[in-house]
Design a protein around this ligand. Sequence first.
Ligand SMILES: NC(=O)c1ccc[n+]([C@@H]2O[C@H](COP(=O)([O-])OP(=O)(O)OC[C@H]3O[C@@H](n4cnc5c(N)ncnc54)[C@H](OP(=O)(O)O)[C@@H]3O)[C@@H](O)[C@H]2O)c1
Length: 294
Amino acid sequence: MQILVVGGTGFVGTALVRELCARDHAVTVLSRTAEAEPSDDVRAVDGDVTDYESIEGAFAGQDAVVNLVALSPLFTPPGGNEMHERVHLDGTRHVVEAAAAHGVDKLVQMSALGADPEGPTAYLRAKGNAERVVRASTLDWVLVRPSVVFGDGGEFVDFTKLLTTPYVTGLPGGGRTCFQPLWVGDLAPMLADAVEDDAHVGGVYELGGPEVLTLADVTKLVYRADGRAVRVLPVPMALAKVGLTLGALLPGFPMGSDQYRSLRLDNTVDENDVRALGREPSDLRTLDSYLTGD
Ligand SMILES: NC(=O)c1ccc[n+]([C@@H]2O[C@H](COP(=O)([O-])OP(=O)(O)OC[C@H]3O[C@@H](n4cnc5c(N)ncnc54)[C@H](OP(=O)(O)O)[C@@H]3O)[C@@H](O)[C@H]2O)c1
């Protein structure tokens, strides 16, 4: 197949492109800096999803498109939270429009757990509205909503270290918020299957890893892999809110009240739809195995 991966130079995109190339697909990647990373195996096109004209030409001749464009929810984007709407919502509109204009039938759209037009953060609202755009389209779409993804090049482990300190650390509410971390090396083949197999058209897949971990669990695993212990002390939620809300007023401070809200939201699946993609949760890689290199 001819497959266009929009946002294909990022963390998930790099793993997916590797997988698609290994399956002998002809891959084109598009991002604002794609051409700066030349590769023999893939065609690279520079484009910005907020600018329709800059992306439209890349859709010609494609059989499928995967939309992986992202602004991280872990930090306030340069340009402010309204950038989530421009990049995730307007960007998705442009992807859908360009796909329809060029007869590209299939779209795999990366969304996120908790995506909801009425959601508590700008990221989740933009992702939820983008899902609506995809569902309303005439394309053969698949929606994928993963929990947090870890692996080489990902920001989950680094973010945990940024939020905490070794030996003794405070975490909002004692770090009880739950995650279901999924390894990028497990996610990429599932995404490739979603692209290839028409049985997944119309699927909305909520994907989690093999175990539910609290933020405190994750913190302990991350430092243990570095040979350091950590004791987690609870920081009252109200205090964390004040800290992040005040911090948001400082120029250049990368976190704000949306990050505080995210820290309170569990990020786990009810039914793990990895089964619909032919995997058993128990076969997936754990965070501990990744961190310790087992
Ligand atoms: N990583 C996770 O834990 C996680 C969890 C749940 C859902 N997701 C979703 O999974 C998808 C991939 O995430 P990721 O972690 O791989 O993100 P990432 O590493 O930040 O990659 C984002 C990609 O989007 C491109 N991009 C950003 N703004 C763009 C724009 N305006 N126009 C064109 N390209 C643009 C980036 O390249 P340039 O900057 O060069 O343009 C990059 O290729 C996203 O939809 C994300 O919301 C990720």
